[in-house]
Design a protein around this ligand. Structure first.
Ligand code: SF4
Length: 266
């Protein structure tokens, strides 16, 4: 069902929800302990709760998303009008040029390259370890079902499946968050007055990336421990992650101290 504009505003003002908690989370709602305090989760559940809407191939999914976009645009339009801002005649060509430059710089940054290398290494590792894992009763194509069927399995087996789940979850997200952090850092540096007094989105995004790196390292550590026959390749990946972690902390020295709404608050 479509959430209308007034309902959206009412919910956004409900103290039950932690403002902005979804901005610096890892989007792993199935493993999140703040679902009851997250407006984003609540809206997704309401909007996409039918079996049909769970299926991203389904027409209803896209229709509902389009409805949500309409109410958001309407809300933004009304807000702009109230503030006397007319964006219809604005020239955005400078902004476009600037954005392109920022994106290009981030793409060429060492952190982006290292995180891409990590993505590739993870894919390669799982590709070559597919049969080996199958011999241990772990079918990568069926990981979700394995997680569900874990009940009653040996602790070690569960821990291995969980570790693989963690690695997969963060494999791409680390790069996405680092790219956002790199873009944000340049934006913040190019117009410091505009960002003065606000928490740094670049540091927040870098923190999410760092958490993904930490958890991935822990997960690889588990595989290293359990699969001595694979330790050389795993060690190689762990060294790469350690470099990524060190360089990320160097590039974003304040990231670890960033306070994420909800997660880092008492
Ligand atoms: S805060 Fe938790 S529930 Fe909300 S979007 Fe993030 S992971 Fe999902």
């Amino acid at each position: 069902m479509l959430v209308d504009k007034d309902e959206l505003i009412r919910k956004a003002n409900d103290p039950k929800y932690i403002p902005g908690i979804y901005n610096y989370c890892d989007r792993w709602c199935a493993r999140c302990n703040f679902t009851s305090r997250c407006l984003n989760f609540e809206i997704s559940e309401e909007q996409f709760s039918t079996p049909e809407s769970r299926d991203i191939q389904n027409k209803e999914f896209w229709n509902q998303l389009s409805d949500l976009l309409s109410s958001t645009l309407k809300m933004v339009q009304e807000d702009l009008e109230e503030r006397g801002i007319d964006i219809s005649n604005m020239d955005f060509s400078d902004v476009e040029e600037h954005r392109k430059r920022v994106k290009e710089n981030s793409k060429n940054h060492l952190l982006n390259k290292l995180s891409q290398e990590y993505i590739n290494k993870v894919s390669e590792w799982f590709e070559t370890a597919k049969d080996f894992l199958k011999s241990k009763d772990i079918d990568l194509e069926n990981l979700y079902e394995l997680g569900v069927q874990n009940i009653g399995k040996e602790k070690v087996y569960v821990a291995i499946v969980d570790a693989i789940d963690v690695i997969y979850w963060y494999q791409y997200q680390i790069q996405v968050k680092l790219r956002r952090a790199l873009n944000g850092k340049q934006e913040e540096a190019s117009n410091p007055d505009a960002y003065e007094g606000f928490p740094s989105d670049a540091d927040g995004s870098a923190k999410v990336a760092l958490i993904g790196i930490d958890r991935s390292m822990a997960a690889w550590g588990k595989l290293y421990e359990e699969f001595p026959e694979k330790e050389d390749r795993i060690l190689d990946i762990l060294v790469l992650l350690e470099r990524l972690r060190k360089f990320s902390e160097k590039e974003f020295p304040k990231a670890r101290a960033f306070v994420r709404p909800g997660f880092d608050e008492v």
